[in-house]
Design a protein around this ligand. Structure first.
Ligand code: GDP
Ligand code: MN
Length: 379
């Protein structure tokens, strides 16, 4: 779950991190009015999209007056930005963030992530901050240095001296550590982390990723942290104990367990078909959750046929899935053919349930048989 740049900065400011004064806008007129509220002689207008790399792609503009803020906002709003970090189709700019421009003397990269060994926060830092950071770091991993950021702050000043940041940033980074831990962040990235002309520090850009597993602890993020780039169907599935990833094909796939889901995907592709989705029914899913998952596939106009590949286990038994499929079909007007392969716990019972109701179902004893049939029907 990502926070947008301005929400991330708002959160960091609550911990005392230095961020430029800023306001967001959805129209050019609003942008102009907002910039008049900002106490500055120069402004930055930033496209708010979910991806970075905006600077190099023309998504960060400078403006000297509120009326040129309006011009820059007008050009950005409604446009599609393609950056090194977006998909090739790019992302549409729906809002801009206007900030007081900062006099940057030097740009650094800093980030906090979880150290896989200790589980504690680890600081990553580089003197090569700015728009070229990713490219440089790819070419030479040694441009980034790491330091375990413990509660005492031991060794932090020495580490920062080594990177060239210097110990004046110690309080800022300790505050960043606190923000990271208290908000269950997975990543807090500041690039550039700028030394300003007057020797202070400023968070010029911030990227915050929150641990979705800790959602229940932070209900206040529910409205603002979004998986902006995730289709609504994936988020609906997520709320129903199903991992769904939308793909480009026409075969709707219902499978339980990520491994079986991936294997099913590979077999479909090997047989010449294209899956419309990846699905993993989590072990905690009820038949109502499964029904929701199947409904999402039935609602997808790209889906022509549904493949049910289920290995019943102790937690998800085949009849639970079959009940869910029946339930979805009873609520839907679209009766797409179902090709089913079930084995494991209660497989026979599950198949009987599918046949008992008037589902357009064909069942197969082998996975390869079911997949050959589904690929044939999809053509
Ligand atoms: P990104 O390219 O998506 O990571 O967007 P950033 O927010 O990092 O902005 C890109 C670049 O614009 C930064 O690396 C800076 O070089 C520049 N920039 C952004 N805001 C300011 C500012 O207030 N002052 C100055 N001098 N440069 C800025
Ligand atoms: Mn940046």
């Amino acid at each position: 779950m990502f926070l947008s740049e301005h929400k991330a900065k708002e959160l960091l400011a609550q911990y005392g991190l230095p961020v430029p004064e800023g306001r967001s806008a959805r129209t050019a007129e609003e942008a102009e009015a907002q910039s008049r509220e900002i106490d500055s002689r120069k402004y930055v207008v930033k496209a708010q999209i979910g991806a970075g790399g905006r600077g190099l792609a023309g998504g960060v503009k400078f403006a000297a007056t509120p009326s040129s803020v309006a011009d820059e906002a007008r050009a950005l709003l409604g446009s599609t930005l393609v950056t090194e970090q977006t998909a090739s189709a790019g992302e549409k700019v729906e809002s801009v963030y206007i900030e007081a421009a900062v006099d940057i003397a030097e740009s650094f990269f800093v980030a906090i992530a979880l150290d896989p060994k200790t589980g504690g926060p680890m600081l990553l830092a580089s003197s090569e901050g700015g728009v070229e950071f990713e490219r440089r770091a790819l070419r030479d991993a040694a441009t980034v240095k790491t330091h375990l950021l413990d509660e005492s702050g031991d060794g932090l000043a020495e580490f920062l001296a080594e990177v060239g940041i210097g110990d004046s940033a110690v309080p800022v980074l300790m505050a960043a550590r606190q923000a990271f831990l208290e908000n269950d962040m997975l990543l807090l990235e500041v690039n550039p982390f700028a030394r300003t002309g007057d020797g202070g520090w400023m968070v010029i850009d911030a990227k915050v990723s929150l641990d979705a597993n800790a959602r229940f602890r932070r209900p206040e993020f529910e409205g603002i942290a979004s998986d902006l780039r995730r289709p609504a169907s994936e988020m609906a599935a997520d709320r129903n104990n199903i991992n769904l990833v939308k793909l480009e094909g026409n075969i709707g796939v219902v499978a339980n367990g990520a491994g079986l889901g991936l294997a099913t995907h590979d077999m479909i592709v090997d047989a010449g078909g294209v899956p419309a989705n990846f699905m993993d029914i989590r072990t905690t899913a009820t038949s109502f959750d499964v029904a929701k998952g199947v409904e999402l596939l039935l609602e997808d106009p790209a889906v022509r046929v549904i493949l049910l590949n289920v290995h019943g286990g102790g937690m998800t038994s085949s009849d639970t899935v079959a009940e869910g499929v029946n339930f979805a079909y009873s609520r839907s007007k679209r009766a797409l053919p179902v090709i089913a392969h079930m084995n494991g716990h209660n497989a026979e019972y599950g198949i009987r349930i599918l046949h008992d109701r008037k589902l357009p179902v064909e069942t197969f004893d082998t996975m390869s048989g079911a997949i050959a049939r589904v690929v044939d029907l999809a053509k």
